[in-house]
Design a protein around this ligand. Structure first.
Ligand SMILES: Cc1cn([C@H]2C[C@H](O)[C@@H](COP(=O)(O)OP(=O)(O)OP(=O)(O)O)O2)c(=O)[nH]c1=O
Length: 202
């Protein structure tokens, strides 16, 4: 693929949902994955007192920087690079990916009967140009019983998910109401992403 290929984009993400969502827009993509998954996870460390929106934008910027370095190091053909990060926020508290099943159960107990925000930042670099967007959705969870939480933990679906749940999976049964972007909650807000793609191609 070359620079002149009209709809070719690098997706720097290990998330299969992001890949599906970007493909939903009709994009041809090539994955630009990190060599070291642990180093990639380390980018997601939260700074003390950091506000959720600041955090998710900062991490997206770090992912993008890292991805652009890989593009150069691997001598790959130039094309736009897209990165994204999703986090769940309960007030000012950031709920990232759970460390283990106990951590996941604790997160779900905190989300039970509450409204939280799901923030997804997207950034695209195309040559010297960088564009970005932030999707901010609200999700209201029903009151969860200990049995609901135990069954969900047993499903394993919480693994690798911000806030320990996936709206596109069984946790849909916990979601009373959303406002914002369903695709953003899943990990890539398609309205905003389509707009950014238009901007870089204008
Ligand atoms: C809230 C929520 C999150 N998630 C997922 C989206 C993200 O994959 C994940 C949050 O982790 P991220 O760090 O945003 O993404 P990732 O590590 O999976 O992929 P990469 O950093 O390589 O791009 O949580 C869902 O799939 N459904 C949901 O309802």
């Amino acid at each position: 693929m070359t620079e002149s290929t009209p709809h070719f984009i690098y997706l720097a993400s290990q998330s299969p949902r992001r890949r599906q969502l970007l493909e939903q827009l009709g994009e041809r993509l090539s994955l630009l994955l990190p060599d070291d998954a642990e180093a990639a996870e380390a980018l997601e460390a939260v700074r003390p007192g950091e506000a959720p929106a600041t955090y998710v934008r900062r991490v997206t910027g770090l992912k993008l920087q890292d991805a652009l370095r890989r593009l150069t190091d691997r001598h790959l053909p130039p094309a736009p690079v897209l990165c994204s990060d999703t986090t769940v926020a309960l007030g000012r508290q950031i709920l990232g990916k759970p460390r283990d099943a106990q951590d996941a159960a604790d997160m779900l107990a905190r989300l039970s009967g509450q409204t939280h925000r799901v923030l997804t930042a997207v950034a695209i670099q195309s040559g010297q140009r960088r564009v970005d967007a932030l999707s901010d959705s609200r999700v209201r969870f029903a009151a969860l019983t200990p049995a609901d939480i135990a069954a969900y933990i047993a499903s394993g679906e919480w693994e690798g998910k911000a806030g320990a749940y996936a709206i596109q999976g069984r946790a849909a049964a916990f979601v009373e109401h959303i406002s914002g972007s369903y695709s953003g909650i899943m990990g890539l807000p398609l309205f905003e992403t389509a707009d950014l793609l238009k901007q870089i191609r204008a």
